[in-house]
Design a protein around this ligand. Structure first.
Ligand code: FES
Length: 566
């Protein structure tokens, strides 16, 4: 075992490795000659979605001890969506470096990743992939469904309440009451937002035990799953079942199909591409469109549908979704429990219900994801048809361009802004390099004067991202981003843009000559002189169509470290 290089060593080195473990009151038979299991914990009071993780880690430890292993809990950078400025995405790659180096540098034979709030899943999986030792994911689970005025509510309702506030339908005082009614238990966002999509992603990739994604954080079965995962990781070490054994191209294809069927977050695209880059699986943007095409939406969950993660759990969770998708899945992908994905779902019984519909009678015929191409996005862009408006899926309109988020905030509600419901709102410089960090501002709020007239959706285009809880006819992840100097950087107010989702196209009605001339005249803002991590990020982050990982982080360094510090 890897840990034996530390704890079984003779002389001075072994003495130092063992003696300082003993200062915690641990006799050396506890950790010597046993699988040492790292519990990578993203607990933080600044990441409220992961606020219950110390409890969860205790359950994992019980399982590890029970199986004859030795658990060691260690902290890594925790990224909470709600408090971090300017955006948690700026730090996803930094957190992944923390995870990779923490695992590599320490006497760890296997690792349990405790993941919850959006970025805490991809950052941990990316980092672990670059080391590639036996690894299992335990998700924190969603919050219980919120309730207000007799209605079930969740994070997606924030955007509705915000529009109602602008329309004068509700007041600030009511919003305060709703805050507590919505976030009424431990756990992450209860809709099919990014955190839920990430939990479904790890389960459909085979990185967790079956059922991991949907058990609510507050349900006792969440702790049971954590304990069973602790038990299982010890076996995985003995079997040497590594991430690269699980994360095959076929496993990625299964995950893409599941995400389309559940109406998962558009952020899924960017994170899965980054994970594939770390583990060395060849995956590109076109794969998402090809593999998602003709897969209807079968999970009736907000923001594309009506229900919540708690309902998905009662309806059978991801195993029930997988069972329904059986004809289109790869069956023999090995998963964390040592069984194939099909062996995990084939025996479960499902009943007809309103939450997980059938492929033959789907809840929505529109697929969850489409990839667009055209002269406005030379390297692609992403849209979520299942959360968009049917009447805008083919639309031609005049661009109303905002050069920055500050420009948008300053002008969007001006009475004299030349905009109507047929206009296309364009927001630039919210991409990976430009913001920097690619924030979730793509589903920018509509102009107040149009909201008051009852307009509820417009085509919106940006090089940023959208919260997985958001909805609308929103084109995201335009690549190259404005700050990288593609055609998107020179779109101007008044340009005519055509979106045709059926044809997967996004074009601006401007000739190549004019676009080239505009680009030659453009003076890009100079932000590459920033210091510290942000400077490093701007200089090395790749574009959205490559997963927005840093160029030097693709691939991995493995688990072998030959030199010692003493
Ligand atoms: Fe953490 Fe939504 S804010 S999952």
């Amino acid at each position: 075992m890897r840990s034996a290089e530390w704890f079984a060593a003779k002389g001075k080195d072994g003495f130092i490795h063992r003696a300082w473990m003993k200062n915690q009151g641990i006799p050396d038979y506890e950790f010597n000659n046993k699988p040492v299991i790292g519990i990578c914990n993203t607990w933080s009071e600044l990441t409220p979605c992961n606020g219950h993780f110390r409890d969860l880690a205790e359950s994992v430890k019980r399982g590890v001890f029970e199986a004859g292993g030795f658990p060691v809990e260690f902290p890594v950078m925790s990224l909470g969506e709600t408090l971090i400025k300017p955006t948690a995405m700026l730090y996803r790659n930094l957190a992944s470096m923390d995870v990779e180096e923490s695992i590599r540098a320490n006497p760890i034979d296997g690792v349990v990743l405790l993941c919850g709030c959006d970025k805490t899943t991809p950052s941990l999986v990316m980092g672990a992939c670059s080391v590639n030792i036996p690894t299992i994911v335990v998700s924190g689970g969603p919050m219980l469904t919120g309730r207000h005025n007799g209605k079930s509510i969740g994070t997606s309702d924030i955007w509705r309440y915000d529009a109602e506030l602008k329309q004068g339908k509700i007041q600030e005082e009511e919003l305060r009451t709703i805050e507590g009614a919505m976030c009424r238990s431990a756990g992450h966002c209860a809709v099919m937002g990014t955190a839920s999509s990430m939990a479904c992603m790890v389960e459909s990739l085979g990185l967790s035990l079956p059922g991991n994604a949907a058990i609510p954080a507050a349900d006792a079965r969440r702790k049971m799953l954590a304990q069973l995962s602790g038990l299982r990781i010890v076996e995985m070490v003995k079997e040497d079942l590594k991430l690269s054994d699980i994360l095959t191209r076929n496993a990625f294809e299964n995950a893409i199909k599941v995400n389309a069927a559940i109406g998962g977050s558009t952020n899924f695209v960017i994170h899965l591409l980054a994970i594939a880059g770390r583990i060395g699986v060849d995956l590109n943007l076109a794969d998402f469109d090809e593999l998602s095409a003709n897969i209807p939406l079968i999970a009736n969950l907000q923001p594309s549908g009506k229900y919540f993660m708690e309902d998905l759990f009662y309806a059978g969770g991801v195993p029930a979704v997988l069972k329904e998708l059986d004809p289109i899945l790869h069956h023999d992908c090995i998963t964390a429990n040592g069984k194939t994905i099909k062996e995990n779902y084939e025996h479960i019984s499902t009943e007809k219900n309103d939450v997980i519909t059938t492929m033959d009678e789907p809840f929505n015929a529109a697929t969850g994801l489409a990839i667009l191409h055209g002269n406005l996005c030379e390297n692609g862009a992403v849209i979520k048809p299942s959360a968009a408006s049917e009447h805008l899926m083919k639309h031609k309109g005049k661009a109303v361009v905002f050069e920055t988020i500050e420009d948008y905030k300053a002008r969007i509600d001006l009475e004299d802004l030349d905009v109507d419901e047929n206009s296309i709102l364009v927001l630039k410089n919210v991409g990976p390099k430009g913001y920097p960090g690619m924030p979730e501002v793509g589903n920018m709020g509509l102009p107040k004067k149009l909201l008051k007239r009852g307009v509820l959706d417009m085509v919106r285009i940006s090089d940023g991202r959208m919260s997985g809880t958001g909805f609308g006819t929103v084109v995201l992840h335009v690549s190259p981003e404005a700050a990288a100097g593609g055609n998107f950087s020179v779109i101007q107010t008044g340009d005519i843009i055509t979106l045709d989702v059926a044809k997967r196209s996004l074009n601006v009605d401007i000739s190549d000559e004019i676009l080239t001339a505009r680009k030659a005249a453009l003076k890009q803002a100079e932000n590459s002189k920033q210091r510290g991590y942000v400077g490093l990020y701007i200089r090395h982050v790749q574009q959205a169509h490559l997963g927005a990982d840093m160029d030097f982080l693709r691939g991995g360094s493995g688990s072998v470290v030959t030199r010692d510090s003493h």
